[in-house]
Design a protein around this ligand. Structure first.
Ligand code: IPE
Ligand code: IPE
Ligand code: MG
Length: 246
């Protein structure tokens, strides 16, 4: 049964971006190594992705590894990359079956060769899929993304900087194929963006859950969407203007 009323369904977000935080603390609270938390975090990705598909949210973006995460211990990084490889290997079949298109944002050149390879292969094998959109932020940093965009723009010859509009600029970002996120969810109770989609999030609603990512289950995800559908997004207008439009 759909947990949303018809009115609520009309206000569903198109794009939810999730900062999956707290795997390490979740594991540590159980006296386990951090990688145990990451492993359980991957299991939770499956559950949240399935819920988003079921609810008809067409775009989900997951912050899986930041450029700043490169400064973590080598063993944790390689464990995460192996989990990524395993996840994509297992999920390819269902992504093809369910029409899921995988995209990645971030500097893939900074991933180990085996991880980059499987990411690129999965992107290639799912690129014709049109039913649902999963984007992984891998070795991603928003500032770095913006800097790369500016470098590309400054090299393009037939562009007049004076006439540059936001819609032109955003085509140079790695998210060019994605709508802006409507909702950013962060788990583990941290109220920060940690270099995630800083410009794209200009008008995103933000939801912070106290739960660590492996505990952020189907019901917790549904609660975050319930919260979102009852918010009033004004985009700079007055409340009266927004209400008269709906
Ligand atoms: C999120 O969990 C996963 C990644 C950043 C890769 P953390 O590993 O950040 O877990 P905490 O925040 O240390 O608990
Ligand atoms: C953000 O989490 C990055 C990911 C979830 C991949 P972090 O755990 O790296 O963020 P900070 O360091 O607490 O800001
Ligand atoms: Mg963290």
């Amino acid at each position: 049964m759909n947990p949303f009323t018809i009115e609520e369904q009309e206000r569903m977000p198109e794009h939810v971006a999730i900062i999956m935080d707290g795997n390490g603390r979740w594991a540590q609270s159980k006296g386990k190594p951090r990688l145990f938390g990451h492993r359980n975090g991957v299991e939770n990705v499956r559950s949240v992705v399935n819920t988003a598909r079921e609810l008809g949210i067409p775009y989900v973006t997951l912050y899986a590894f930041s450029q700043e995460n490169q400064s973590r211990p080598v063993a944790e990084k390689s464990g995460l990359m192996k989990l990524l490889e395993e996840f994509l290997k297992i999920e390819l079949k269902s992504m093809v079956r369910d029409g899921i298109r995988l995209r990645a944002i971030g500097d893939l050149n900074g991933l180990p060769e085996f991880a980059r390879k499987i990411v690129l292969q999965t992107i290639e094998k799912t690129k014709a899929n049109q039913d649902w959109n999963l984007t992984l932020a891998l070795n991603y940093g928003s500032r770095q993304e913006v800097l790369e965009a500016i470098k590309s723009i400054s090299k393009s010859e037939n562009l007049d900087p004076e006439s540059l509009e936001w819609d032109d600029f955003s085509q140079y970002l790695q998210t060019r194929d994605l709508p802006d996120p409507d909702l950013i969810v962060r788990t583990s109770g941290e109220f920060r963006l940690s270099n995630f989609l800083l410009l794209q999030a200009a008008y995103a609603e933000i939801f912070v859950s106290p739960l660590h990512w492996p505990d952020f289950n189907r019901n917790a995800f549904i609660d975050s969407i319930k919260d979102y559908v009852h918010r009033e997004r004004r985009f700079g207008k007055t409340r009266e203007q927004v209400v008269s439009l709906t």
